[in-house]
Design a protein around this ligand. Sequence first.
Ligand SMILES: *Cc1c(COP(=O)(O)O)cnc(C)c1O
Length: 386
Amino acid sequence: MIPYGQQNISEDDIQAVVDVLRSDFLTQGPCVPSFEDALATYCRAAFGVAVNSATSALHLACLALDVGVGDIVWTTPITFVASANCGRYCGADVSFVDIDPSTYNMSVAKLEEKLENAFATDTLPKVVIPVHLSGQSCEMDKIHALSQRYGFKIIEDASHAIGGRYKSQPIGSCVYSDITVFSFHPVKIITTAEGGVAVTNNADIADRLRLLRSHGITRDHDKMTGLSHGPWYYQQLELGYNYRMTELQAALGMSQMSRLDDFVTKRHEIAHRYYILLENFPIIMPFQHADSFSAFHLFIIRLNLDYIEKTHLQVFEELREQGIGINIHYIPVHLQPFYCALGFTEGDYPESEKYYSEALSIPLYPGLTVEMQSKVVAVLKTVLCV
Ligand SMILES: *Cc1c(COP(=O)(O)O)cnc(C)c1O
């Protein structure tokens, strides 16, 4: 089976992890801060806070922006459930903004319309979480302008997008947001096995993220109440978590980062080849916005079912049967039973639901060879009867 995505692990990556195993620190050593600095520098953001997953980063990001009971968080239905769950973890209500039919990212027009209604009914969101689907940035300048008008904060879920750019700034520069979150799950652009990071330009937010990832405990005397009992002393100031990244993960991440730009270049080459080879297929190719340089985490095609005498499910199954590990990103979050139980239902976000009935992610990762890619194209050709 040719998978839709796969990690790329080099001998240097392995050596970096082995070196940590032989060192004094398996956790809370020097690798995590080095990795955080490297990420922040790469993204041109001031601070990076590494954690054990992007899900944890999203949770802490919401907490750092004071999301709680009675607040409202908005995201897109076409994302992984974690982008919505982070609001629920904090006790907030979650709602969704339908997607743009060309980029499949959160629609700015729909966002504006929903904000107008929310303003009228006093139900404005505290935080909006745009998701850069497949590595292509949302229209952040416009979303940022709306945040200024309506007073909400922005967390970019850039789980797909490290190495991408928006208006020639690296994604993660936080020029148009308060916090940006990346994932290092093995299918993403670079990996730490499990892992994530939140980057920000705001020193207070960075402090808060650091405190919350480690039980809400500080050893910084300036932040304590009252007097220190002695050199062993620490204080818990808030209810935090253990969301720390290990040294093993950070060392792997650091080693992976040295190949980040090469990975993205390779992904572009493969994507470019798909654009050429699939040109006359009854599918819609991924649209690329002029402001965006995508990280190309995914290559999502949409079946033009008017010209294919098969269902979406049939095409999916036939491709899998013939060894092509396609996948679907994503089942609209509002259709998950957990969210249906909160009142969401089919028909709430028609553009997302239509997208879901046609979308397929085809294999794209740096290790996909020309031969493998040709096989993907050949099988697609047979299955779609081109
Ligand atoms: C992968 C992913 C996450 C969660 O990342 P983890 O590191 O696995 O917790 C969140 N949002 C999106 C859009 C993702 O693709």
